[in-house]
Design a protein around this ligand. Structure first.
Ligand code: ZN
Length: 144
């Protein structure tokens, strides 16, 4: 186990034990549920939009450390950002973890790299992308 792997484990554990933006949102504009039955992960995402900006976002859920840490990181990275930014970040993350195409992550986004270690395990990849897929569904629902 390298030093980097240890660091990544700590990042995931920290988000799992102290999830950011966890809880219910008052008067959300959109809520969307996601699940990963293979692992037993469940997630409900709620958000508020201010024009094109995701002004508030929160999640509740249960499941493995990867799914919960990924949800926590995702909410932190898209809160206060435009929908377009969120979509682009989702594409970048999924490209890196699903297609194994190397991506450049900014300093703000570096925690996402901690999840990339699971890309060899298809079941765990589903855990890591659950939050992003649920966000995508939520934003598409809003556009209808
Ligand atoms: Zn899982």
């Amino acid at each position: 186990m390298s030093l980097k792997d240890d660091l990544y484990k700590e990042v995931i554990l920290d988000h799992y034990e102290n999830p950011r933006n966890y809880g219910k949102l008052e008067n959300p504009h959109i809520c969307e549920k996601g699940a990963n039955p293979l692992c037993g992960d469940e997630l409900e995402l709620c958000l508020k939009l201010d024009g094109d900006i995701i002004s508030e976002i929160s999640f509740e859920g249960k499941g493995c450390s990867i799914s919960q840490a990924s949800s926590s990181m995702m909410t932190e990275l898209v809160k206060g950002k435009s929908k377009e930014h969120a979509f682009n970040l989702m594409k970048k993350f999924k490209s890196a973890i699903v297609e194994d195409i190397p991506q450049e992550f900014s300093e703000e986004e570096y925690e996402l790299e901690s999840l990339l270690g699971v890309k060899k395990y298809p079941v765990r990849v589903k855990c890591a992308v659950l939050a992003w897929n649920t966000l995508e569904q939520a934003l598409k629902k809003e556009e209808k």
